[in-house]
Design a protein around this ligand. Structure first.
Ligand code: DX5
Ligand code: ZN
Length: 215
């Protein structure tokens, strides 16, 4: 059974508290929070104040996905805002090892996200240091995009490496996850499914979460 992480990027921000309560009451495991800076990705989303507010109501893990340049400048601020897991992009980090150590020294779990074009081999030398690999299954920046099929190969390759080396790293899949493709993604080796549109654009978000969880 995979962990389910609804992405609030697709929620109704006029009713943020209700959306958070819905996730609290649902079978979801994490809150997935997408922070975009308009530089690393061609979109701007939300930042620290929103996360601080979510933290006040959320009763589950806050999984913060930073799609920003120079994430090291803000790691401490995201810890203060309430992040439990902080994920940075390999493509945005010149000193990834240092950034991971910084996140862990702040007592957060460390995640590394990789874009669709980035080889998972580049993670080999940090895999032992991290808690989550976030494989992007769309080009980051927007919700509601189509799942990139090649991600399935990346999932199974990464899963093999993790098992061979007996490591404790979760594989999180982010982008284009639907009720139709989720079981294939889980079979390939995914541990965590992020879902934005599949949850928040459905007529019954709680039920959609339950359906993903049941797979
Ligand atoms: C995309 C974000 C995703 C996004 C997923 O850049 O990282 O978390 O919200 O949305 P869906 O599930 O709609 O593809
Ligand atoms: Zn995300």
């Amino acid at each position: 059974m995979a962990l389910i992480a609804p992405s609030l990027l697709s929620c109704n921000f006029l009713h943020l508290e209700d959306e958070c309560k819905m996730i609290n009451e649902s079978q979801a495991d994490w809150f997935h929070l997408d922070v975009m800076d308009g530089r690393f990705v061609p979109n701007i989303s939300f930042g620290l104040p929103i996360i601080e507010h979510i933290k006040r109501v959320a009763t589950k893990t806050l999984d913060v996905h930073l799609m920003i340049e120079e994430p090291e400048k803000y790691a401490e601020d995201f810890k203060k805002a309430g992040a439990d897991i902080l994920t940075v992009h390999i493509e945005a980090c010149q000193h990834l090892h240092r950034n991971i150590q910084q996140i862990k020294s702040l007592n957060m779990k460390a995640g590394v996200a990789v874009n669709p074009h980035t080889s998972i081999q580049l993670l080999d030398d940090v895999l032992v240091d991290i808690d989550v690999v976030c494989l992007m299954s769309v080009n980051p920046g927007f919700g509601g995009q189509k799942f990139i099929q090649n991600t399935l190969h990346k999932i199974s390759k990464l899963k093999d490496r993790i098992l061979q080396r007996n490591l404790n790293v979760l594989i999180e899949i982010d982008g284009g996850v639907t009720l139709e493709n989720a079981s294939t993604i889980i079979k390939a080796g995914a541990d965590v499914l992020v879902a934005g549109n599949t949850v928040f654009k459905s007529s019954n978000p709680k039920e959609s979460i339950a359906s993903l969880k049941a797979l």
